[in-house]
Ligand binder design. Sequence first.
Ligand SMILES: Nc1ncnc2c1ncn2[C@@H]1O[C@H](COP(=O)(O)OP(=O)(O)O)[C@@H](O)[C@H]1O
Ligand SMILES: [Mg+2]
Length: 252
Amino acid sequence: MRSIAVINQKGGVGKTTITANLGHALALAGRRVTLVDLDPQGHLSASLGIFKPPARGIADLMQGDAKDLDGLAIHSRERLTLIPAGKGLSEIGELREGAADRAYLLRRCLQEHLRDQDFLLLDCPPSAGLLMANAVLGADEALIPVTGDYLGLNGLAQLMLTLKKFQRFRERPLRPWIQLSRFQTRRRLAREVERKLLDHFPGRVLPHPIQEAAVLAECPGVGRSIFEYRPRSRAAAEFKALAQDLIEEHTR
Ligand SMILES: Nc1ncnc2c1ncn2[C@@H]1O[C@H](COP(=O)(O)OP(=O)(O)O)[C@@H](O)[C@H]1O
Ligand SMILES: [Mg+2]
């Protein structure tokens, strides 16, 4: 199983949009996929049509209140499973004590119970806090959405430093993938940021940007993925390409 934390401490860059739509794209490509909503706001669950968040979720696993995923996992689509946040998740994000234990519990449980899965995607909250740390220590790869502006570039530099600090707690290096998100092809600045990313992170930038598209912003409101809402849109084609790039580990 490939485990991928979708991270960026900046909010609104498209983490949840990418987790939901990439997750569905991978499932439609025949892979068995589990998505974990690690953001107490529960936006991932809502994006997939679960507007009333269940009380139990990944929080219960991390606190040791649930021993396995029975009763936590929700069958969301064919080959697509969702583990919601759970009520206690916001508190876990603030508890310093036992953080290392929780990261370990998360990693061990997910590795143990998701052996039959091909992909695990962890949708992280917009902060570089403990939940993100848990996800990064629980996963082998990181998918980092970056917007095409200077603040996005600046935030990425900070994030890379944070990831470096985590490295000493890991056995193997975390493999980062950079994904251009909410990209505006016609903007000169966006293309400049793209060029800088390619210069600074050779071999880590995924080749197909997800462009800014109104249909993508409309999807969460109806609780559907882009493949259900507008299957013939450019955005759907972009997510299909992203899934294939990630499967083949194809970068620029
Ligand atoms: N490529 C895109 N085009 C248009 N709107 C987008 C795109 N990606 C995300 N959005 C919208 O921007 C907002 C923030 O996206 P979201 O995925 O929730 O970001 P994050 O999880 O990083 O905070 C949401 O309203 C979402 O629908
Ligand atoms: Mg989000």
